[in-house]
Design a protein around this ligand. Sequence first.
Ligand code: NAD
Length: 355
Amino acid sequence: MKIAVLPGDGIGTEIVAEAVKVLQALDLKIEMETALVGGAAYEAHGHPLPEATLKLAKQADAILFGAVGDWKYDKLERALRPEQAILGLRKNLGLFANLRPAICYEQLVDASSLKPELIAGLDILIIRELTGDVYFGQPRGRRIATDGLFPGAEEAFDTMRYSRPEIERIAHVAFQAARKRSKRVTSVDKANVLETFQLWKDVVTEVGQQYPDVELDHMYVDNAAMQLVRAPKKFDVVVTGNLFGDILSDEAAMLTGSIGMLPSASLNASNQGLYEPSHGSAPDIAGKGIANPLATILSAAMMLRFSLNQAAAAQRIEAAVKTVLAQGLRTADIFSPGSTRVSTVEMGAAVLRAL
Ligand code: NAD
């Protein structure tokens, strides 16, 4: 098993170091190689995704990614900004499925802005299609309108677009993930208004027939946005397109209230994947040793489950995280009175002990 380790910028290096220690402690035959990415790679090589880093990522079974970005790069031309490294990796590796679990740990129930009874025990998985939809559809651009309400006025337009195979492959990811969970999929669309999402609904329904053991329902995106805050526990696996998924996955992340706890995975057709915390590089706390490494450690667990076929090891890590929370250990972002405040390194060490 070969893992490319790309810590990146800001807190990326601090949190990835803890996840690497956890992986090393597992007694698995894992080979890890580290490379620069994002702003760190730009400083050293003039590009956020240097050729050598991309090569390493392509050859690996999985990528453990920290975070990239810093406000100091905001003035750089778009192609050289740190965030371009993620887009480049997604494109070059064909990472089309983004998996974001939102789990509410019993001990952190008060971190949510929702009532405890709504989110206690929450465990849902949002699956977002990552390479299609209105973000990539052509044509797009600006022009002078020749028709519509205001002919002669400047207008902008984008193209919402999905092909049948694109929908089929993300639907399979959702049904297969549901089989490892509570066997329920909610497909989120806007089929009442958008032709793209009528096709989406038709194709997901067809693919669903190959999974008779998984229950499928459909929901319009506006309703899904409401239901996610009204009764989030009614969901199990939610699958949707790039645009709706962008919004709903952030909404679902905030249900738990703890951005430092949320892992994510981006997979391609051969289950090669990029695993990273859902949060960014947090330049405001970088270098202070206070970042929460648990989202990254839980991302490593997802990597073991989805790309490396080591479900038992993944479970061991997840159980260890629950143990340290039960021991009352908290980094600053999840601290509450009565618990014990620990640093990034101390949290990593506690997970190792629990393992
Ligand atoms: P952010 O997620 O980095 O930080 C938001 C807030 O959450 C900050 O107050 C931060 O201190 C806190 N936070 C985040 N992760 C934490 C952790 N593990 N432990 C404790 N606190 C944590 O988002 P932002 O501030 O909007 O963006 C900062 C930079 O990160 C930007 O340059 C942005 O482009 C980049 N970014 C990168 C990624 C990525 O690498 N995938 C994702 C989002 C943002």
